[in-house]
Design a protein. Structure first.
Length: 121
């Protein structure tokens, strides 16, 4: 059995969750897995190695300021740490570390992660 060495537990995304680059308002891919500190993105657009991004995604079932919503937007500043080609042409695995996020959105993300959404990795 392998031991998990990451600081934050991850959850695999079960339903499609698109990720938008807020600077260009362009969908750049879909979430594969997510933690409090970062995410794995299946990107469909070319990304800049070691780049900084402002990204937005919606988590179904995440709490919103006015209670629960079907789609609570979370916006993060993120650093692209690494990329690797997938087996599908035109797609890459892209690992991001979150560097900024509003406290209210961090709470939404924590609640989503703790509520059993997604599949534990």
């Amino acid at each position: 059995m392998m031991e998990e060495f990451r600081r934050a537990r991850r959850r695999a995304i079960q339903d499609p969750v698109q990720v938008v680059d807020t600077m260009t308002d362009t969908v750049i891919g879909q979430l594969s897995n997510l933690s409090e500190t970062g995410m794995l993105l299946i990107s469909t657009m070319p990304l800049v190695e070691d780049g900084l991004y402002q990204l937005r995604f919606n988590l179904r079932g995440a709490p919103h300021q006015n209670g629960y919503s079907n789609s609570a937007p979370i916006e993060v500043g993120a650093h692209l740490l690494w990329q690797d080609d997938t087996s599908t042409p035109g797609q890459t695995w892209s690992g991001f570390r979150f560097i900024t996020m509003l406290e209210s959105e961090l709470q939404q993300l924590r609640h989503w992660l703790e509520s059993g959404h997604g599949r534990p990795i």
